[in-house]
Design a protein around this ligand. Structure first.
Ligand code: ATP
Ligand code: MG
Ligand code: MG
Ligand code: MG
Length: 477
């Protein structure tokens, strides 16, 4: 007899004479009530053990974390909360869990402690919920683009270029740790390395993606991205997943429309498909909010916050307008920003971004037309010669969630820009080919998948929305 998932059992139309379930014990009360979970749902099924007919040894081995199988009748549950429970006839211990040693006892653990046990934290309700939401969200990403006819392109993970020019790359080498070949002037001789040149883990699939968009029309990548971020923040990982659509014949406005439509679609999808998990996470957050002083509590509960994003357009504001707002604002009664923007051309700090989103507009914001000198080389220069057709989407509680742009399609302008920035044209000869042969207006964006999961789950640290976080000094697993 094949076992049935607990989610299915709980959704049964009626009682059943015999069911078979397997899972892990969450709690065992009064030598009688097992709360069993198998990961298919946030809900445990209550299994009522027949302790008269169960050996003392077996009863002792029903401990938190143990894997068990139960056979019995699915009956109406008298207790509050659930329609069904299992009246156990046979119980088999599949895998013991020593209660003295199992770290995930049912009590409130700090997130810090749970991070140190990333392989076990998924056994808690919160992390089970987060990981199911993450999974459904990634399916929604594919569904959105596939429905619209985008081609999914797997851009390379090992690359020879630094798309962002931010110098945050992890090097890839097959050179031996000692005996590394050197050039005459003592530098590492990458010509003798595996690929015959310097290579690194990708920081973005955009440049390769553009070349495919200029043949397939609309493409997207969704893959792991690596950045040697040298600071420890709650928004940055060294390994994260990025969603990067790229569309030929789309300008910046089309790009904003696409990003907004996409984000609303995937959030709507997950709100419908993960109602139970999100409700659980909302409850968890409300508990946390209660610990905070009134003034610091968030105004909206999680599901209301998600609905708000679905029901309201993102506010579109130019960089120049944003600077004016920031100059004329007082973030708190008499306080100033730590970092005062008094000159047009400065990059916004996250305190400014969050002020715009959370205090001023009180909704997601799309900032566009940034100064050229603070953005990457490939962005389309505006006719003013000073700004580029760039956009960042800012979300409450998160800050930047999307960075995108219309790309510079004019060969000469692009080459000028590269020269000015000291970017080697020969290195990017293949990229420049898209501007040599059949160039056209095109645009795209990059959305950090974990930042989206952060927003949807209401979590506040990016380490808590990816299975095994990679951050400075931390690659334990
Ligand atoms: P930030 O300003 O937050 O460092 P960025 O401007 O460097 O981000 P982009 O190069 O614009 O990032 O990348 C596109 C998107 O990828 C960002 O909007 C963000 O959602 C996500 N992202 C960038 N760096 C990271 C990271 N280290 N960890 C997680 N997500 C990231
Ligand atoms: Mg960055
Ligand atoms: Mg940024
Ligand atoms: Mg950016």
């Amino acid at each position: 007899m094949k076992h049935t998932k607990i989610k299915e059992l709980l959704q049964s139309a009626d009682v059943k004479a015999e069911v078979y379930a397997k899972g892990w014990v969450r709690t065992f009360r009064n030598n009688q009530f097992v709360a069993l979970n198998d990961g298919s749902t946030i809900h445990n099924i209550q299994c009522v053990v027949d302790f008269e007919n169960t050996s003392a040894d077996t009863l002792k081995r029903i401990t938190t974390g143990a894997a068990i199988a139960v056979k019995g009748a699915l009956i109406e549950s008298k207790g509050a909360g659930q329609r069904f429970e299992i009246q156990v006839k046979e119980l088999e211990i599949l895998g013991d869990s020593d209660p003295e040693k199992f770290p995930m006892q049912p009590k409130k653990h700090s997130l810090e402690f749970l991070r140190e046990n990333a392989h076990l934290r998924v056994r808690t309700n919160a992390f089970g919920a987060i990981m199911r939401v993450r999974s459904v969200l990634s399916f929604a990403v594919h569904q959105y683009f596939q429905e619209k006819g985008f081609v999914y392109v797997n851009t390379p993970i090992i690359t020879g270029s630094d798309a962002e020019g931010a110098g945050e790359m992890f090097k890839v080498t097959a050179l031996p740790f000692d005996g590394t070949p050197r050039t005459e002037d003592g530098k590492v001789d990458y010509k003798k390395d595996f690929f015959g040149k310097e290579t690194n883990l990708t920081v973005s699939g955009q440049l390769e993606g553009e070349t495919f968009a200029m043949a397939l029309g609309q493409i997207y990548t969704f893959g792991p991205t690596f950045r040697a971020e040298n600071s420890n923040t709650s928004r940055h990982l060294a390994e994260f997943w990025m969603i990067e659509p790229e569309v030929a014949f789309n300008d910046l406005e089309d790009n904003m429309d696409l990003a907004e439509d996409f984000i609303q679609y995937v959030i709507k999808y997950v709100v419908e498909k993960c109602a139970d998990d999100l409700k659980f996470l909302e409850g968890r957050l409300l508990e946390e909010e209660k610990q905070k002083p009134q003034a610091e509590r968030s105004e909206l509960a999680l599901l209301d916050k998600l609905q708000f994003v679905l029901n309201n357009n993102f506010k579109r504001v130019s960089y120049t307008e944003a600077i004016d707002i920031l100059r004329n604002s007082k973030p708190n009664k008499n306080k100033k920003f730590n970092y005062i923007i008094d000159e047009w051309g400065a990059d916004l700090q996250s305190e400014h971004e969050r002020y715009l989103v959370e205090k001023h507009f009180k909704c997601p914001v799309i900032l566009f037309d940034y100064p050229a000198n603070i953005k990457a080389f490939y962005m389309r220069l505006n006719e003013d010669g000073k700004t580029v057709r760039a956009m960042d989407i800012l979300f409450p509680g998160i800050g930047e969630i999307v960075g995108g742009s219309q790309r510079e399609e004019r060969y000469d302008v692009l080459v000028e820009k590269m020269k000015a920035l000291g970017i080697d044209e020969e290195e990017l000869w293949w990229y420049l080919d898209t501007r040599r042969f059949g160039s056209a207006v095109h645009s795209g964006f990059g959305l950090g998948f974990e930042r989206l999961v952060l927003f949807v789950t209401g979590m506040t640290n990016i380490r808590d929305v990816i299975p095994f976080p990679r951050t400075p000094q931390n690659a334990e697993f």
